[in-house]
Design a protein around this ligand. Structure first.
Ligand code: ZN
Length: 133
């Protein structure tokens, strides 16, 4: 507990993300048993168009895009171990991140949704901000 801290990469990728979601990610990282990296946060329209075209994303309504409040409302978190980001990490590692994220969200009174719980398009690294409780 409390052994993990944001890498430069994670800090850069949190730029433009809603402050409440940044707070959840920060607390989750401090309490998580699995180290993780923020691989993506705010995404521009051009990148989203490419993602939809390639099938990586399914919608142009992505919460990664700048929302009406001026912030991105989604982050993609990947386990980090053995010196690198683990894109193909076991599902348990993503679930561990979800546990830390939900606990942090509860503590901070914030609603989040995990893409790993979606039925049609399971998106394990994806977390999005849904507002305050
Ligand atoms: Zn995502």
């Amino acid at each position: 507990m409390g052994t993990f801290h944001f890498s430069t990469r994670s800090l850069k990728n949190l730029s433009g993300v809603h402050p409440n979601l940044i707070a959840v990610v920060g607390l989750a990282l401090a309490q998580s048993h699995v180290d993780f990296t923020v691989v993506e946060g705010l995404r521009d329209m051009e990148t989203q168009r490419k993602n939809v075209a390639s099938g990586v994303s399914q919608t142009m309504n992505s919460k990664h895009l700048k929302q009406s409040d001026g912030f991105g409302h989604a982050v993609d978190l990947y386990p980090y171990f053995d010196g690198s980001v683990q894109v193909h990490a076991p599902e348990e590692d993503f679930k561990a991140i979800d546990c830390a994220m939900q606990a942090a969200a509860d503590t901070l009174g914030v609603h989040i949704t995990w893409g790993g719980s979606w039925k049609s398009f399971v998106d394990m690294p994806h977390f999005q901000y849904e507002g305050v409780k």
